[in-house]
Ligand binder design. Structure first.
Ligand code: HEM
Length: 453
């Protein structure tokens, strides 16, 4: 019966692209999917519907914004799908940490890391987030690059969470490695024909050099910690080492610990740094909204901690930023078996991609989709009416492990900065976003910080 359904499944409509068409487009420069992914995805769905098929000249791809299919892939039947091939490339940098791993191995590793993200652990970390924000807010005056500022805040927070130290001495090396790694991996994902990664080309060698430098730092920290076990359990590294010893009969798989830590370090600061920078830039255009946030900040931080029950506006501002500028602008899976969805054949081995950036602006789910309107997330008629139309952190069991951490740190940073400064935009500067493995700002983005008397 199932075989009959599969045999009867139709191929969804989509563009016909030959390898020559693809080569010609690549010769012209970046393809549209990375130049303007919103126009790319919405254009495809407008022309072909909510399930599009093409081999794009290089392999079988489905592009979907069908919410029933999205729910099936991510929430109700996630085990039937593997991570998309892009994650195989990311694994050259991140190894086999919980972002890339699959099946029972992933489940065991996620269970090991998850306890670091409980409500009580995050509450205990709140004072550090406030300190990071206040520290970053100390010496701003006149124009400052919000991209650099936000990356610094995000990196400091994640380093303190992972290792219990602020890590300033290593910031330059980490940021250079992450920037190069993100670019390098993203180019490999886009290239239909590529040299093997171990071919000694200049860019491959530079990639391995950056990875080596980052590894040196991480292995040194792991070794130091193993030599002073009394510090165990106070931060994520300590918890992970203790869990490792328990599950491995007293031993520690150092390479696996490196893979988990580098995954959290990279997934945990690039995305947040980009989102926070965009939020500050959006806020810089609205003095009234800044004042409402300042009032909310004063009430919420009155006790020296942050009472996040009293923070709906900052939550809405961050959500609205994530809607308009999702750092994870595309999320994909690979089909493990043939199946039929609404009469269409989905082929084993093909990749299934969702353009989150277009879903988040789809007029079916959002009023005035291109407008920055944080109030849409507030009140009885809050948008979207359908849950899966908003998934900046993914969905289902593989939803971002750091989503609450990220929200809290961005809200805290916005509060601490606005309590000290009025922000305004600098004429002539617009954000230049590059759509790599995750989205990031290509250039500095200056904003004026005027101290509040
Ligand atoms: C604005 C900030 C962030 C965004 C937009 C974001 C987005 C995402 C998305 C969309 C996924 C799911 C990917 C998929 O299903 O293929 C994900 C997974 C993940 N994120 Fe985040 N993330 C953010 C911040 C963080 C932070 C702060 C951390 C760590 C502290 C983190 C760690 C991870 C990890 C480890 C995974 C893999 C989870 C798993 O597969 O079990 N992320 N993130």
């Amino acid at each position: 019966m199932a075989d009959t359904a599969i045999a009867a499944g139709k191929i969804p409509p989509g563009p016909k692209i030959t390898p020559l068409d693809l080569a010609a487009e690549l010769l012209k420069g970046d393809p549209q999917i990375v130049r303007d992914p919103y126009a790319y995805f919405s254009g495809l769905h407008e022309k072909y519907g909510d399930l599009v098929y093409s081999d794009f000249g290089v392999g079988s791809f489905y592009i979907t914004d069908n919410l029933a299919l999205i729910r099936k892939i991510f929430v109700s039947e996630p085990r039937n799908y593997a991570k998309a091939d892009a994650y195989l490339e990311a694994a050259h940098f991140l190894g086999n940490g919980i972002l890339n791993s699959e099946g029972d191995f992933w489940q065991a590793q996620r269970a090991m890391v998850q306890p670091a993200f409980t409500k009580s652990r995050l509450n205990a970390f709140m004072a550090t987030m406030l300190e990071t924000g206040r520290h970053a807010a100390q010496h701003l005056q006149g124009q400052a690059d919000v991209s650099g500022l936000a990356m610094h805040i995000a990196l400091e927070n994640i380093c303190r969470f992972l290792f219990g130290s602020d890590f300033a001495a290593n910031e330059k090396t980490i940021r250079a490695a992450v920037e190069f790694g993100n670019n390098f991996i993203s180019r490999r994902i886009q290239m239909p024909f590529k040299l093997p990664i171990y071919f000694p080309s200049l860019s491959n060698l530079r990639f391995f050099w950056h990875r080596f430098e980052l590894d040196q730092i991480l292995y040194r920290i792991i070794d130091e910690r193993l030599a002073s076990p009394q510090r165990e359990n106070r931060d994520l590294l300590g918890m992970l080492l203790a869990a490792e010893k328990e599950s491995q009969g007293g031993k520690v798989r150092k390479e696996q610990v490196r893979d988990e830590i580098i995954t959290l370090l990279i997934a945990g600061h690039e995305t947040t740094g980009f989102t926070l920078a965009m939020a500050l830039w959006l806020l810089a255009a609205d003095a009234g909204l800044q004042q409402r946030l300042r009032d909310e900040a004063d009430a919420a931080t009155a006790g020296g901690q942050v009472d996040f029950e009293k923070c709906p506006l900052s939550e809405a501002v961050v959500n609205e930023t994530l809607r308009l500028y999702p750092a994870a602008w595309i999320i994909g899976r690979r089909l493990k078996a043939d199946e039929v969805f609404e009469g269409y054949l989905l082929k084993k081995g093909a990749q299934l991609q969702t353009g989150i950036i277009a879903l988040h602006r789809n007029p079916r789910y959002w009023s005035e989709p291109d407008r920055f309107k944080p109030e849409r997330f507030l009140g009885e008629n809050a948008e979207p009416s359908v849950k899966q139309a908003f998934m900046p952190f993914g969905a289902g069991p593989r939803k971002c492990i750091g989503s609450v951490f990220a929200m809290l740190e961005m809200q805290t940073a916005i509060y601490t900065l606005l309590q000290k400064y009025r922000l305004s935009r600098v004429a002539g500067y617009e954000p230049k976003i590059e759509y790599l493995f995750t989205a990031r700002l290509k250039e500095a983005l200056p904003v004026v910080f005027e101290p509040i008397a």
